[in-house]
Design a protein around this ligand. Structure first.
Ligand SMILES: *Cc1c(COP(=O)(O)O)cnc(C)c1O
Length: 420
């Protein structure tokens, strides 16, 4: 079941494999994932289909999700919706996958993936530093009989050591990781997963398909919070799992989307589709601005460390060059001394950069992540792992999602806030 034919809305994305002549650049596919020009009379912008159900022939569909076949017609909007299907096809094309299933948020996509790929008795290996919600979700799994090991996935040897042959079904990593901006070597971890019959899922929210395409590097699943760079404007929540294998996507749709029910609204899908049209230019400008801002921060006497994949002194610079076409627009930095008074000053003094959570939108956002709180609640790191985190975060990391404002204006804004 694919969510129905996307041309049910009189508008469709073609199969990128059907591109004529030469293969289009990603920048072009972002705008024309449709291989075909719209036929006469078709709208040139995708429509928002709001209907919750669709007229069907009595013989065409069964009533249960279990009866759904590959090419089932549109039926009920929790099963599939034409506007949402366009978004699923767009991400399938950009990630080079077989099929994708969209959800109401990035966390809905993550929980759908975990709960369809893992059952009681199985084992999950997960990055020990990743999006806080995912770290906390992983800690709920043992109550369903799923064993979980959190490891520093920036070191493939630790991933290999954590795998339990015959029991580890899924390895989940986030690269670059929020908020440390450290990478996981996807080729290396994919080889470990393959050698043990486990699958690899990658949260690629920070990279976006413009920078990294994990399926081509050996991953089985790519997860995005569509809420971030893909939407790009901070006005819609969404999530997606792009699968290298169409069967896994069908399972996700039937078991997680239809039964757990965390569907994406067609309005949000439309906003995200619209946001994706400018993904290429936005990511380039985010990167250029992040480069200027990270250089300014690295030279500021109050700043102890800047973490951004594009910095020459990033500890994994070679891997960055190998795995990311762009370094992205998210950076974090630690300051000398206690970071908390500065967080207050930032909230009071910054005029362009908004003190708020989230990331990946046109306007810049900053947020302070106090290390003690993070280690106690989300990450629960101990021993060496906790010491390593403190080594790069100090008392707290400032996570800065560098927006599209003129870079010198952002630098002046930060300079004023960093002054004593
Ligand atoms: C925001 C985010 C999520 C969660 O996505 P929501 O859309 O907020 O549910 C997951 N992973 C990463 C890396 C994120 O930044």
């Amino acid at each position: 079941m694919t969510g129905g034919p996307a041309d049910g809305a009189g508008w469709r994305h073609g199969d990128p494999a059907s591109e004529p002549g030469h293969a289009w650049h990603l920048d072009t596919r972002i705008l024309h994932a449709a291989g075909d020009r719209p036929a006469a009379g078709q709208p040139v912008v995708p429509p928002i289909v709001t209907a919750t159900s669709f007229h069907v022939e009595p013989e065409a569909v069964g009533f249960s999700a279990e009866d759904l076949a590959g090419e089932a017609p549109l039926f009920y909007a929790r099963w599939g919706n034409p506007t949402v299907a366009l978004l699923e096809q767009q991400l399938t094309s950009l990630e080079g996958g077989a099929a994708a299933v969209a959800f109401g948020s990035g966390m809905a996509a993550m929980s759908a993936l975990f709960l369809t790929q893992l059952a009681a008795g199985d084992h999950l290996v997960v990055s020990d530093v990743c999006y806080a919600g995912v770290a906390e979700l992983a800690r709920l799994l043992p109550r369903h009989g799923i064993a979980v090991t959190a490891v520093d996935s920036t070191d493939p040897a630790q991933v290999a050591a954590a795998v339990r042959p015959g029991q580890t079904r899924l390895i989940h990593v986030e690269t670059p990781a929020n908020p440390t901006l450290r990478l996981t070597d996807l080729r290396a971890v994919a080889a470990i997963a393959r050698a043990h019959g486990a699958r690899l899922s990658v949260d690629s929210t920070l990279a976006t398909p413009v920078a990294t395409q994990p399926l081509a590097l050996g991953a089985d699943f790519v997860v995005h919070s569509l809420t971030k760079y893909l939407c790009g404007h901070g006005d819609a929540l969404g999530g997606i799992v792009v699968c290298g294998d169409a069967g896994a996507a069908a399972t996700l749709r039937e078991q997680a989307l239809i039964h757990h029910g965390a569907v994406l609204s067609p309005f949000s899908a439309w906003l995200i589709l619209r946001g994706i049209e400018t993904l290429g230019v936005r990511m380039r400008q985010h990167e250029a601005n992040a480069r200027a801002v990270s250089r300014f921060l690295a030279g500021h006497p109050a700043v102890a460390q800047v973490h951004w994949p594009g910095l020459e002194n990033h500890p994994q610079a070679a891997l960055v060059r190998n795995q990311m076409a762009y370094a992205g627009g998210l950076l974090s930095f630690a300051v000398h001394g206690d970071s908390r008074p500065l967080a207050r000053r930032m909230a009071e003094r910054l005029r362009l950069i908004t003190y708020a959570v989230s990331l990946g939108k046109t306007r810049s956002l900053i947020f302070h992540l106090p290390t003690d709180d993070l280690l106690r609640t989300s990450f629960r790191l101990e021993g060496d792992a906790a010491a390593r985190f403190r080594g790069l975060a100090g008392t707290g990391l400032f996570r800065l999602s560098v927006g599209l404002e003129f870079a010198d204006d952002l630098i002046a804004d930060l300079d004023a806030a960093l002054a004593d």
